[in-house]
Design a protein around this ligand. Structure first.
Ligand code: FAD
Length: 433
């Protein structure tokens, strides 16, 4: 049976994290838009406290500086850190660095780990994951166009990527590029480590988004340090910087995204719960037309629905984490897929209701809700759009079913057979067969 309980020592750590988040991390939110250099200086002393507690980069195994927490424990930690956009940054578990570090830890050579993973874990460098392209469907990575052509001693990359989160602030990228256009669709691509100062690599711009309509570089926003458009023109990558086996890029991307989604979903739950608390507080505080808002039927409905949806999403996510710990991420693909779209939807709906209850105040930047809302909208697109995950989940479910014709013309016969089977218990004569 499922068991989501953890050891008392770990519970004590979670309690420390909750207090620390409220006292030290939530106040940082007023500084959204802060410059990168100030951001790093501001977070440094907080990160030291996290390290002293043994909670830094919890997603990694101990041999790489992590604590060896399982998926369930990591989920519970992310629920707490995710309540604020600054939380994951303070705990060294932010996307995309966390997923990139996991990839390097799993597939990197000793030299790659020394050069990229160690400084990444120490918080000395930033990284980005460069897969999506503007001119090929991001949802279907088999359509990628950015190619790496084999040359003496390595590869040359040509192409255009975009939405590389943190790309313009990153020191290095993990680029997903086509190495064999003729291979089977899922064996075409390879991951390569590319320093952002490599010759031929150009950050074209930070794509202006709902997070940052101006696309101003080098400032920390709800979604990190922007989403870069990056041009690769003959960028040389030595063989030593190929990450994992050539042609295994898709398989590695799946491994990276699977457990990472649990952490995303738990972060969303932390955000959703915080929005829910604001919703409830406002409902009991604000009066209109003779009652508090919390006495209006529609607001009560939002509160009840939000509570149920958060609870359902939490149980689904913890269950997926529990299953990963038991049987591995591959066996838990269905659960991971379901929480990705279900969790993103819950986050979006709860924040939307919280904004509505706050009226103009909710829409203003005086509250963190509008920033949460921008993030929540993106959650339904990144790491696989809702529709793609739904499609995969339904495909797996349907794979267990065989076509079968419903024997409608035999209804009288089935009725007679059932009557005979239960003849000792019912009055067959009354059935009009
Ligand atoms: C905030 C943010 C951060 C991101 N960070 C990164 C990053 O760090 N690195 C990176 O490489 N990429 C990143 N992305 C890109 C992201 O992964 C893609 O946007 C996503 O995979 C969708 O690809 P697309 O934008 O090309 O949309 P498309 O593939 O063009 O899809 C558009 C829409 O088509 C519909 N659709 C697609 N397939 C199906 C289907 N099978 N059934 C039904 N409907 C379907 C969906 O509604 C989907 O939203 C980020 C995106 C956002 C918004």
């Amino acid at each position: 049976m499922w068991d989501f309980s953890t050891e008392p020592e770990f519970e004590a750590k979670l309690a420390w994290m909750r207090d620390f988040m409220v006292a030290e991390v939530y106040p940082l939110e007023a500084l959204e838009g802060i410059e990168e250099a100030d951001f790093d200086r501001l977070l440094e002393p907080l990160r030291e406290q996290v390290k002293d507690q043994g909670l830094w980069a919890g997603h990694l195994p101990p041999e790489h500086g992590g604590q060896g927490f399982g998926a369930l424990e990591l989920g519970l930690m992310n629920e707490i850190t995710g309540a604020s956009i600054f939380g994951p940054m303070v705990f060294g578990s932010q996307a995309p660095d966390a997923g990139n570090a996991e990839l390097l830890a799993a597939a990197g050579t000793d030299d790659q780990k020394a050069r990229w993973l160690e400084p990444l874990l120490a918080g000395e460098v930033k990284s980005a994951f460069s897969m999506t392209e503007p001119n090929s469907a991001g949802s279907d990575p088999t359509l990628l166009r950015t190619v790496a052509t084999q040359v003496d001693g390595g590869w040359k990359i040509d192409g255009l990527k975009w939405f590389t989160s943190n790309g313009s602030a990153a020191d290095f990228l993990i680029a997903m590029v086509v190495t064999d256009p003729e291979a089977a669709p899922r064996s075409r691509a390879t991951m390569m480590l590319v320093p952002t100062d490599a010759e031929g690599l150009r950050i074209v711009r930070d794509v202006p988004t709902m997070e940052d309509p101006v696309g101003e570089r080098g400032r920390f926003r709800a979604g990190g340090f922007g989403h870069a458009e990056i041009s690769y023109e003959g960028v040389f990558v030595p063989d030593a910087d190929v990450l994992g086996p050539v042609g295994q890029g898709f398989a590695m991307a799946q491994r990276r995204l699977g457990p990472g989604r649990i952490q995303h979903c738990m972060r969303w739950l932390g955000q959703g719960r915080r929005a829910f608390e604001m919703l409830c507080e406002r409902a009991v505080s604000r009066h209109a037309f003779g009652t508090t808002l919390g006495e209006k039927g529609v607001v009560r409905e939002w509160i009840a629905d939000s509570a149920a949806e958060i609870e359902a999403a939490r149980l689904m996510t913890l269950h997926a984490a529990w299953k990963i710990d038991r049987v591995g991420a591959k066996e838990a693909r269905q659960e991971i897929g379901m929480i990705k779209y279900y969790g993103a939807g819950v986050l979006y709906r709860v924040i939307d209701r919280a904004i509505q209850v706050h009226g103009g105040l909710g829409y203003s930047t005086d509250m963190p809700l509008e920033s949460m809302y921008r993030n929540a909208r993106a959650a339904r697109i990144y790491d696989g759009a809702d529709e793609v995950h739904r499609d995969n989940v339904a495909r797996r479910i349907l794979a267990a079913y065989q076509p079968r014709e419903v024997p409608t013309e035999n209804v009288p016969e089935r009725r007679r057979a059932a009557a005979e089977k239960f003849a000792e218990l019912i009055d067959v004569a009354s059935l009009d067969l």
